[in-house]
Design a protein around this ligand. Structure first.
Ligand code: HEM
Length: 158
């Protein structure tokens, strides 16, 4: 299973009109529960996340500052914010627009979102072990693909 590339519509998993994700959707609960588990180990999980990213895509290392500790936490805490507010479309759209704009300015490419998503899956797999079930993984892949596509579209990232 692969992270959907930029522009791919994941309507098969989440109907578009129900974006970001219905509060009641079973995926929402799976995502929140698994993220809560990661949250309890946020610092080491963040380090693992960047290690996994640079193992998959070494060319991305130069885009990041040397000291990644703070950056890792920002990525993870933003992810946390997004899942907490998963149903508040207006607020999320503002935040995702801002992130799209910042990432576009930094020269991030749409293709870079794929290794990032895979690194996130690696991190969950490592941290959750058998609790990272196929259902939890599918929920995260759908959510990450949707989130990425929105950041890419709102930031006009190519
Ligand atoms: C869902 C996807 C993503 C989220 C939630 C996210 C989140 C963030 C956040 C919150 C920041 C900090 C912004 C600030 O300081 O104001 C950031 C910075 C950054 N992001 Fe992302 N990001 C995502 C995708 C990506 C991708 C695909 C790349 C590609 C390599 C990337 C590369 C960077 C870089 C290079 C920085 C600046 C790092 C530094 O200052 O050392 N991000 N990101």
């Amino acid at each position: 299973m692969r992270i959907a590339a930029a522009g791919v519509n994941i309507a098969q998993t989440l109907p578009k009109k129900e974006w970001p994700m219905p509060e009641s959707a079973p995926q929402t609960a799976l995502i929140r529960e698994s993220f809560d588990e990661l949250r309890s180990r946020l610092a080491p999980a963040s380090v693992n996340f960047y290690n996994a990213l640079f193992a998959r895509a070494p060319h991305l290392r130069k885009l990041f500052r040397d000291d990644l500790a703070g950056q890792g936490m920002r990525f993870m805490s933003t992810l946390g914010y997004i899942i907490e507010n998963i149903n508040r479309t207006d607020e999320l759209t503002d935040r995702l627009s801002e992130m799209g704009r910042i990432h576009a300015i930094m020269g991030i490419r749409a293709a870079d979102f794929e290794p990032m998503g895979e690194a996130l899956m690696d991190t969950f797999r490592e941290e959750l072990g058998p609790r990272f079930t196929p259902e939890v993984e599918a929920a995260w892949r759908a959510a990450y693909a949707d989130l990425s596509n929105r950041i890419i579209a709102l930031g006009e990232i190519s």
